[in-house]
Design a protein around this ligand. Structure first.
Ligand code: NAD
Length: 364
């Protein structure tokens, strides 16, 4: 196993716009198994850098480094504003076009995580499965999101993420519409998967009127029938007239073209990296749309697996109800961001970034 820690002389990485003072970047190549991976640690100021491992085929290998850096910084911010004693890190495993992964590659990746002695804690991300995490866990303790017993923290993050988004939407409705109930509040939900489906069920359970869309139209229709909502084609959901637009499918959906067409008072959903660029946060603010920064509102999943990991490391257990209590704080964090946004005139996305940077010791 050759593990190369980059040195200050490696200007190619040092000067990348996404570098942002990463503490450590490991480029791992294991000749025997064919594993090539990057482990990026943005900040360990608050604790071990925690963030998932993405298994992906990159047509352009430099895209892998950019992803690792950008996602790792995102985890620093997410963990900080979730109030977790965890820093930010992320790994990418570079797969070939057939997306081949072997037990030997997973073992070598587990060894690379173990070699960091707890500075990095991994979890599932795009392209990874629970079985991959269990294979990595054979080689290192520094893994979270493992299967757990009923009632304990850990396991599938989806329901925890959905609960945090639901509470975030309620906080947004209280802040912008001055309402404490959801009766008749019109919410357009993009994406009816693990997160979007969970959000829609919770909202409908409190009387909200849900409009649903998914590229799998049958999925949206089935959920609409279950919840007494309406299904619309995926191409129409962002123009639906509603109180809340809740994106729970893809990133980079808010841009120069889509924002002017939104017909809502609030954007609040779980998809990662919703703003195509930071300037789109300002565009939302200029249109008077209240925006819930994605990494704040969708932190329920990392709160769940982070608390699972921290308890396991301390030789303790953590119950699902303790996790839910912590997720209950997402609404007040968002409200504090919106209040500061209104006081300062800065967009909510910018206020959240500033708060996160301060928490990780990198404020101005
Ligand atoms: P999922 O795969 O279960 O569901 C995604 C759904 O979106 C699918 O039903 C898919 O068909 C649909 N979809 C894809 N493209 C679409 C489009 N253009 N229009 C409408 N629907 C579309 O994934 P998930 O776990 O529910 O995650 C949803 C989003 O939330 C992702 O952006 C993910 O990164 C983010 N997220 C998830 C978690 C979690 O705990 N699962 C945590 C944080 C963030």
């Amino acid at each position: 196993m050759d593990a190369v820690t980059t040195a200050p002389g490696d200007t190619a990485i040092w000067t990348m716009p996404d570098f942002d003072e990463h503490e450590r970047i490991e480029i791992v190549h294991d000749r025997a198994s064919g594993l090539t991976a990057i482990i990026a640690l943005h900040s360990t100021h608050l604790g071990p850098g925690a963030g998932g491992t993405r298994f992906w085929h990159y047509a352009q290998p430099q895209g892998a480094m950019r992803d690792a850096l950008r996602l790792s910084r995102g985890m620093s911010y997410k963990n900080a504003l979730a109030g977790l004693p965890l820093g930010g890190g992320k790994a990418v495993v570079l797969l070939d076009e057939q997306r081949t992964r072997t037990p030997e590659m997973l073992a070598a990746f587990g060894d690379a995580v173990e070699a960091l002695a707890g500075a990095y804690v991994t979890a599932e991300d795009v392209g990874a499965s629970e079985a991959d995490m269990e294979a990595i866990h054979q080689r290192t303790e520094h893994v979270c999101g493992l299967p757990v017993a009923e009632g304990q923290a850990g396991g599938d993050p989806g329901p925890y993420t959905a609960q945090g988004i639901f509470l975030g939407i309620k906080a947004a409705v209280a802040h912008r519409l001055g309402r404490t109930d959801m009766d008749g509040v019109r919410v357009a939900v993009q994406g009816c998967g693990s997160v979007g489906g969970g959000v829609a069920r919770r909202l409908a359970g409190e009387g909200a009127q849900v409009t649903l869309a998914d590229i799998d139209q049958a999925k949206a229709e089935a959920l609409a029938a279950e919840l007494g909502g309406t299904a619309v084609p995926a191409a129409e959901i962002m123009q639906v007239s509603c109180d809340v637009f809740s994106p729970n499918a893809l990133g980079a959906i808010l841009d120069d073209v889509s924002i002017p067409k939104l017909d809502c008072a609030i954007v609040a959903g779980g998809a990662n990296n919703q703003l195509t660029r930071a300037a789109h946060g300002e565009l939302l603010r200029d249109r008077g749309i209240l925006y819930a920064p994605d990494y704040v509102i969708n932190a329920g999943g990392i709160i769940n697996v982070g608390m699972e990991y921290l308890a396991r490391r301390a030789g303790e257990t953590c119950s699902a109800s303790t996790v839910m209590e912590r997720i209950g704080g997402i609404g007040s964090t968002l409200t504090a961001i919106w209040q500061e946004s209104e006081r300062s005139g800065a967009g909510a996305h910018e206020v959240a970034d500033r708060m996160a940077r301060k928490a990780i010791g990198r404020g101005e």
